[in-house]
Design a protein around this ligand. Structure first.
Ligand code: CLF
Ligand code: SF4
Length: 503
């Protein structure tokens, strides 16, 4: 399944969807056929552009799983953690529908209901499809999305199609059973437990067959892969090549989450997670002309809100029961907002792709040599949505990582951190929150935010990261490029990036 998390679970592979990949289609939206564009334009996972404006929620209705992954332990839950497989409240389908309608009435940006755990949605087909059936009747404007480990996928493709589910994520970590045997100790298949290489071979065959069947029916398939250093990191390039050839829409390579306190096999055995640089290098290598997702937040199985925020605590069963809602008016508000945002994004794309006025022809006898352009710069951006620089440094729980170069600025990842302005400046391990944030921003040379205090400003600068609050409320790409051009003009981009000082 996806790797979403409900209340007390251990990390699943990654993302509200076990595997998470919805790619970044921001720059490719113009090339998509109309029917595909309609499917992805307000899906926050399938479109990087949409994720600044639209929200999703996960209904945690699927407790059981039919396989075991070495990175998963669904017993563990921490309210402060956001990992696949973890949830705080397991819901019946009726409760899930009630909660979804309440969320959709209070968060008009909500456009997608996903089922991603805490187990595997297709190992709990009655609960999963009952939820979809009821919700499609009561809120037909909400897209339905599912994330699965793929073992039971071929058996459910017809039913998924009957429910008009256009978005399916399959977590595919390998296409080689020898690699798979190091990730999956067992699967439950045809009423018996199968172990090791044989188990991995069955799982891989079902995943590939399910992928082909979905693509043949026009379903947009996102493939999530968990990058496990030394186990499948090199192998994921082959996975990417194969799923792309079979018609997957997006590939989402996510980092392994493995901490001993989560009680997972990898956590206990000390299997390390990839560094941000290793992850980016692999994502870049897989990219080719495959859409790669760079904005996955490895959501919990009960996540609520824009990607990166978790508003689940506002919608507990108790709170939902006390809400009075006019559902028709709420749906009208959602549709109005969706139309407005999509029209604005469409206009923005049209401006970006408008033919530029040709420069006047000038005859020169000596064409000046093309000036050398500067290197790429990583920038961390504090944003709470709408695609603009609009978050105070001290209020950021995560930073968007943009890479700016001569060709433009693009999102290449996200990094989580603790809240600096929380009144508690310790992380419990002797490291201050600010020191931890500076460590999380390794490789970045600039932080763009709406405001920043004197103390963090000085410490960031001392660590080689230049804070910048001059572009508050500006679109992120424009702000990043403005800063990049300033650095170029100041001659800072002719040399390699400076060595980072330790926080
Ligand atoms: Fe959920 Fe997954 Fe659907 Fe999105 S999540 S089931 S496709 S609605 Fe998205 Fe979350 Fe990443 Fe998944 S950010 S973990 S990719
Ligand atoms: Fe956990 Fe099952 Fe998801 Fe693997 S597929 S991460 S074992 S819930």
């Amino acid at each position: 399944m996806d790797l979403p998390v409900i209340g007390n679970s251990v990390p699943k592979p990654a993302g509200g969807c076990s595997a998470g990949s919805c790619g970044s289609t921001a720059g490719q939206m113009n090339g998509l056929p109309d029917d595909v564009r309609r499917k992805v334009q307000d899906h926050p996972c399938y479109s990087e552009e949409a994720h600044h404006h639209f929200a999703r929620m996960h209904a945690a209705v699927a407790p059981a799983c039919n396989i075991q992954c070495h990175y998963c332990n669904r017993k563990y839950d921490c309210a402060n953690e956001s990992r696949p497989g973890v949830v705080s409240e397991l819901l019946t389908p009726e409760q899930a529908v009630k909660k979804t309608l309440a969320v959709a009435a209070h968060i008009p940006q909500m456009s997608v209901l996903g089922i991603a755990g805490p187990g595997d949605p297709l190992a709990n087909p009655e609960r999963t499809f009952a939820t979809f059936r009821m919700l499609a009747e009561k809120a037909p404007d909400i897209k339905l999305c599912v994330s699965t480990n793929g073992l039971a996928l071929p058996a459910h493709v017809e039913e998924l199609a009957r429910h008009n589910i256009d978005h399916v994520t399959i977590t595919i970590n390998c296409v080689d059973p020898d690699v798979g045997a190091k990730i999956y100790p067992w699967i439950f298949w045809q009423n018996r437990r199968v172990f090791g290489r044989e188990a991995a071979a069955i799982l891989i065959e079902q995943q590939q067959q399910g992928l082909e069947m979905l693509v043949a029916r026009g379903v947009l398939v996102k493939v999530n892969s968990v990058m496990i250093p030394g186990v499948n990191d090199e192998h994921l390039k082959e996975v990417s090549r194969i799923v792309k050839a079979k018609g997957a829409f997006l590939h989402n390579v996510m980092p392994l989450i493995a901490e001993a306190e989560h009680g997972t096999f990898y956590g206990v055995m000390g299997q390390r997670s990839p560094t941000p640089d290793e992850l980016k290098t692999l994502q870049d290598a897989c990219e080719g002309d495959m859409n790669m997702m760079r904005h996955c937040r490895q959501c919990r199985a009960d996540a609520v809100g824009l990607l990166g925020e978790d508003r689940g605590a506002e919608f507990t069963l108790e709170k939902v029961a006390a809400m009075e809602i006019d559902h028709e008016a709420a749906m009208a508000r959602r549709l109005e907002l969706r139309a407005k945002v999509n029209a604005e994004l469409e206009a923005k794309r049209a401006r970006a792709h408008a033919p530029t006025v040709p420069a006047p022809q000038v005859v020169t006898l000596h064409r000046p040599a093309k000036t050398a352009q500067g290197r790429a710069v990583l920038m961390a951006v504090a944003s709470k949505g709408q695609g603009v620089v609009n978050e105070h440094f001290g209020h950021a729980r995560e930073f968007l990582i943009y890479e700016a170069n001569e060709a433009g600025a693009r999102l290449v990842g996200t990094r989580k951190t603790d809240l600096y302005c929380s009144g508690d400046d310790t992380c419990g391990d002797g490291e201050s929150v600010l020191e931890k944030t500076i460590r999380a921003l390794e490789g970045c040379e600039v932080v763009l935010c709406s405001r920043i205090g004197f103390e963090p400003w000085g410490k960031l600068e001392a660590a080689g990261i230049k804070p910048n609050g001059e572009h508050a409320m500006e679109p992120i790409e424009e702000a990043a490029m403005a800063v990049w051009r300033e650095m170029l003009a100041a001659g800072k981009l002719a040399q390699p990036a400076p060595e980072r000082k330790r926080a």
